[in-house]
Write a protein that binds this ligand. Structure first.
Ligand code: S3P
Ligand code: PEP
Length: 447
């Protein structure tokens, strides 16, 4: 299938109230943990995006029975910790980094052999970050050069517990080790210097597994699981994804005269760094209907167009908004002054090198950007912005971010491909159109 470019012209004011699909991180974990429970779980509000469908396919290949019910909920009959089946063919993770890294954790403590493959973007991403601790637990791995996919893992027959300090703040590494610990006799401990998203810990509690969490004298969190454990099936509802809500929120702030409300958004504090940052930038942003549901804070986010000013975003905030830097950079392009983002080197190993993809895209649209190995500084447009074409490099968040830019720019912004949006947010275009945005297919060059 060829690429699907799209053009985003300056928009009328955006108005309306809408919800976003279920959180991607929670959806992956809900399927995985249900597959590990003995008995039947039910998941409502699951994100039905390509990344999560990849997780469903993989968990089916490992023995779980997973069905979509007529009411839209998903029913999962799990096999139990220690009872995953050896897959008959390679496990295809598509574009999904979270899916492959967490699944490698599961496989590492099951005595089976499995091969993991993915698309061109996923095959460029580093896997050593999870393979290093998983090998310490006894897994054997043969991977392509640079510890990249495709790779084959042989899980340990007698896995060994480890204590492992995360070299980078990453919920994927933390989760891979904790998931491996579920079938590992003894106590497996993760030490995280900076808190990363805690969905694995919270969901494990919902499946009846108690983890031990302590904060040491240096403020580092230690999270331990004592295996082997049995997971009890459960029913759960996935709240709206704050990383998807981010696009409508920023659009509502930068398109003049807009008033947008995104309802039922997950407001777990390990995920809300973008909203805190926008508030510091002067955004008119209000949380309404603030409540606790299923052990998580959830609320409706209302934004009205605002004059934003540049701020410095400290490195310590990066884990709580790691996927939101591309859309923050778009907000920064419409702010007064410079927004400096520190400690964001991890963006170089996402679906694309997001620091360079964002910088190239902004420059193509007349916005001044500087990047270093681990930082980026965006100076709000001084003259006209827009009119450029953006290379998305198989990255959904780059595509969505620049489509939002076009809505607020002086001239249309085009992106070279929108297919990847389906990996995290299949309803993105429809959502923005519901608010009043209009997109168009660019005329083919040379036709
Ligand atoms: O655990 C998760 O669900 C995720 C963790 C983050 O990655 P890192 O663990 O690499 O920071 C994030 O970028 C990704 O989209 C989802
Ligand atoms: C980095 C992302 O996801 P993953 O690592 O799961 O591919 C993302 O969704 O922005």
């Amino acid at each position: 299938m060829g690429s699907q470019p799209l053009t985003s012209p300056p928009s009328v004011p955006l108005k309306g109230r809408l919800s976003v699909p279920g959180d991607k991180s929670v959806s992956h974990r809900a399927i995985m943990l249900s597959a590990l429970a003995i008995g039947r779980s039910r998941v409502e509000g699951l994100l039905e995006s390509e990344d999560v469908l990849a997780t469903i396919g993989v968990m089916r290949a490992l023995g779980a029975t997973i069905e979509r019910l007529p009411d839209g909920a998903w029913q999962i009959d799990g096999v139990g910790v220690g009872a995953l089946l050896e897959p008959e063919t390679a496990l295809d993770f598509g574009n999904a980094g979270t899916s492959v890294r967490l699944t490698l954790g599961l496989l590492a403590s099951h005595p089976l052999v499995a091969t993991a493959i993915g698309d061109a973007s996923l095959s460029r991403r580093p896997m050593a970050r999870v393979l290093t601790p998983l090998k310490m637990m006894g897994a054997d791995v043969i991977a392509r050069s640079g510890d990249r996919l495709p790779l084959t893992i042989r899980g340990a027959r007698t896995p060994a517990p480890i204590t492992y300090e995360l070299p980078v703040p990453s919920a994927q590494i933390k989760s891979a080790v904790l998931l491996a610990g579920l079938n590992t006799p003894g106590t497996t401990t993760i030490i995280e210097p900076v808190a990363s998203r805690d969905h694995t810990e919270r969901l494990l509690a919902g499946f009846g597994v108690s983890l031990k969490t302590e904060t040491d004298a240096d403020g580092r969190r230690q999270i331990s699981v004592s295996g082997p454990v049995a997971l009890e099936p459960t029913d759960l509802t996935v709240p709206g994804d704050p990383s998807s809500a981010a696009f409508a929120v920023v659009a509502g702030l930068i398109v003049p005269d807009s008033d947008v409300t995104v309802t039922d958004v997950l407001l777990n504090p390990t995920r809300t760094g973008l909203f805190d940052t926008l508030e510091e930038m002067g955004a008119d942003i209000a949380i309404e209907n603030d409540r606790i549901s299923g052990g998580e804070r959830i609320g409706d986010i209302r934004v009205r167009s605002s004059r934003l000013k540049g701020v410095t975003v400290p490195a310590s905030r990066a884990p709580s908004m790691i996927d939101e830097y591309p859309i923050l950079a778009i907000a920064a392009a419409f702010a007064e002054g410079t927004t400096r983002m520190e400690g964001v080197g991890e963006l170089r190993v996402k679906e694309a090198d997001r620091l360079e993809a964002v910088a190239d895209g902004l420059r193509a649209n007349g916005v001044e950007v500087e990047t270093g190995e681990t930082w980026m500084a965006v100076t709000g447009r001084k003259g006209r912005a827009g009119g450029g074409s953006v290379a998305t490099h198989l990255d959904h968040r780059i595509a969505m971010s620049f489509l939002i830019m076009g809505l607020a720019a002086d001239e249309a912004v085009s992106v070279d491909d929108t297919r990847m949006i389906a990996t995290s947010f299949p309803g993105f275009i429809a959502m923005m159109e519901k608010l009043g945005a209009r997109f168009s297919v660019p005329e083919a060059v040379g036709s």
